[in-house]
Design a protein around this ligand. Structure first.
Ligand code: NAD
Ligand code: GLY
Length: 345
């Protein structure tokens, strides 16, 4: 088992990464919390696979476990589902001495994490991520949110977990398209911060524990420098602003998030090369590695780039793009919105 420490003053926590960790979750959790009760949130795809193992392990560690199962998918990051969760938690008389456990992908992590951030002004929570995206990205860093009809993740908070417990064996049941979606964020981490990781991704054979650990190390480092996303953390949005336009054009259903980010990264690298910011050849390198991992590099139809302007990263008439200098190094590049639209095809 690997153990990484996230050093945010007063909110430090560990990320434990390894195979077969789920059945020891209760015992491992005991190092981090004395809670006598855990309120586990999961979705209906993950529940039949892993909820029993987790709840048994919690009970074996003298932690009473109750389970709430939400529907799978982005639709659960809604006020209605959140309100249902609050009701169940209050009915169970949850207290700030208990712990909320998110067992699932980024949807469950964001939803349960937001419930934990807000109910009773904050309840400790633990992330047990079961998708590659959640293991390599969303479970680390404390961003929690639900969606609003006007946009994704518009209602949220920063609420760091007490522990991230990552059992890489859970990825064995992940559908290939979801795995590829997680690979988009892994490729993103390599592209913005670690040329060595990026090079490793050119091979199709690697140890998942190593990949997850490398990604958590990158994200941990970025979050430690800028927990509240006011500067350096924004590089994690590489590909996301362009990807937002692709997702919006497809009605948030044609492409999944990782596919849209993949297309967005290629577009951002292309623009960077055109502006002389990005080393020539970078776009080709990105395209090659994305294709190798089953991700698209181009959209099916001409992109409607102005849709990116509804992205929440816009700040008045300026949008802060993330461009690459080269593979492994990203820069923030603020541009006027009208200038940006002139540059795009
Ligand atoms: P997800 O949670 O919807 O999971 C994808 C699908 O895989 C779901 O159908 C789920 O039921 C299923 N699943 C999960 N684990 C499984 C397993 N082990 N075996 C079989 N099926 C499994 O999606 P995701 O891609 O994990 O997360 C996407 C969400 O993450 C988005 O809402 C996005 O906004 C959010 N996100 C948050 C952050 C952050 O920093 N908080 C970062 C990136 C993305
Ligand atoms: N996923 C972007 C962030 O955590 O900042």
């Amino acid at each position: 088992m690997r153990r990484l420490r996230v050093n945010i003053p007063e909110r430090e926590y560990d990320i434990l990464i390894g195979a077969e960790l789920l059945r020891s979750a209760g015992a491992l959790m005991r190092e981090y919390t004395p809670a006598g009760r855990a309120f586990v949130v999961t979705d209906s795809n993950v529940a039949p696979l892993y909820a029993r193992i987790l709840c048994e392990s919690l009970r074996a560690a003298d932690c009473e476990a109750s389970l709430s199962i939400v529907p799978p998918g982005e639709g659960s990051k809604s006020e209605a589902v959140l309100s249902g969760l609050y009701a169940q938690m209050l009915e169970a008389h949850i207290t700030r001495g208990d712990v909320i456990v998110a067992l699932g992908g980024g949807v469950v992590g964001d939803l349960a994490g937001y419930a934990a951030a807000t109910l009773l002004r904050g309840i400790p929570f633990i992330q047990i991520p079961t998708t590659l995206l959640a293991q390599a990205d969303s479970s680390v860093g404390g961003k929690v949110a639900i969606n609003h009809p006007r946009g994704k993740n518009l209602i949220g908070a920063f609420h760091q977990p007490k522990l991230v417990l990552t059992d890489t064996d859970t990825l064995k049941t992940l559908p290939p398209r979801e795995f590829a979606c997680g690979m988009a964020e892994v490729i993103k981490h390599g592209a913005i911060a670690d040329a060595g990781l990026f090079a490793l991704l050119h091979e199709n054979e690697f140890a998942l524990t190593e990949i997850v650990e490398k990604n958590c190390t990158i994200k941990r480092h970025i979050v430690e420098q800028d927990e509240l996303d006011t500067g350096g953390r924004m590089v994690l949005n590489f590909g996301h602003t362009f990807g937002h336009a692709i997702e919006a054009q497809g009605g948030f259903s044609r492409y999944n998030h990782g596919e849209a980010v993949a297309i967005g990264m290629v577009a951002a690298a292309g623009l960077g090369e055109k502006l002389g910011v990005t080393e020539p050849g970078t776009t080709d390198q990105l395209r090659e590695v994305l294709t190798l991992h089953g991700l698209p590099a181009l959209p099916d139809e001409a992109p409607e780039w102005p849709l990116m302007l509804s992205d929440k990263k816009r700040d008045g008439d300026t949008i802060r793009l993330v461009l690459l200098k080269t593979i492994g190094e990203a820069v923030l590049y603020p541009v006027a919105v009208n200038k940006l639209l002139e540059w795009l095809p």
